[in-house]
Design a protein. Structure first.
Length: 217
């Protein structure tokens, strides 16, 4: 009788441990495809500069795929439509510049936390292709800086570094993620030999919210 009780106890304990392990297992082995919407504050460093550069807010959105097969490391791939905007001012005049990109970030997620709630440290890079450009000029036509500003040629692509962090929650109806990141462009926005700018690199602070549909393991 005692042996039967012992066997029954061991089997029951094994079932509980197995169920708990499976429950925890699905919280670090998962993948999801989602939609992202967010905002960015972008500016560009122009040197030598003859105007004051003022960063501006704009929006971004797109698709995000996340994959985790490890308790501590995951991968995040994105395809985003991104607007980057900045303003240049000189005395009482100003010019607002907006560049639109298709941006392709690739990030490694360093994951901290057990269960449904995770904290992530995100490191990676991006490649961006210019798809549009808009400029609003408040300089008079005879101003000495008018031609300098309007004749610039923006390069067709950009690439750079991404670093940031976020919070991820795995729910029964999908995965929610809130994140912030800093981006720095390694490629010059303008060709130095044409514009005279030795430095014309982007920097951007971004905040976004993502909702993923779970694709299972």
């Amino acid at each position: 009788m005692k042996n039967r009780l012992l066997v029954l106890l061991i089997l029951s304990l094994g079932f509980v441990v197995s169920a708990f392990s499976q429950k925890e297992f699905r919280y670090y082995e998962y993948q999801g495809l989602g939609l992202k919407a967010g905002a960015n504050f972008s500016t560009v460093m122009l040197q030598p500069s003859y105007t004051e550069v003022i960063g501006q807010m704009d929006w971004e959105a797109g698709l995000v795929y996340v994959f985790s097969h490890n308790k501590f490391v995951g991968v995040q791939i994105e395809a985003l439509y991104v607007n980057r905007t900045w303003k240049e001012s000189f005395e009482e005049y100003s010019a607002t510049n907006q560049i639109s990109y298709v941006q392709l970030p690739l990030l490694t997620n360093i994951i901290i936390g057990n269960g449904r709630l995770k904290f992530t440290i995100n490191l990676g890079s991006y490649y961006a292709i210019k798809i549009g450009e808009e400029q609003n000029i408040d300089f008079p036509l005879d101003h000495p800086y008018y031609e300098k500003i309007t004749s610039r040629q923006v390069q067709d692509s950009d690439y750079g570094l991404l670093i940031g962090g976020g919070v991820r929650y795995i729910s029964d109806i999908g995965i929610f993620q809130l994140e912030a990141r800093y981006a720095y462009g390694f490629k010059k926005l303008y060709t130095p030999s044409i514009t005279g700018f030795e430095t014309s690199n982007w920097s951007s602070t971004q905040v976004g919210l993502v909702y993923f549909l779970s694709l299972g393991k």
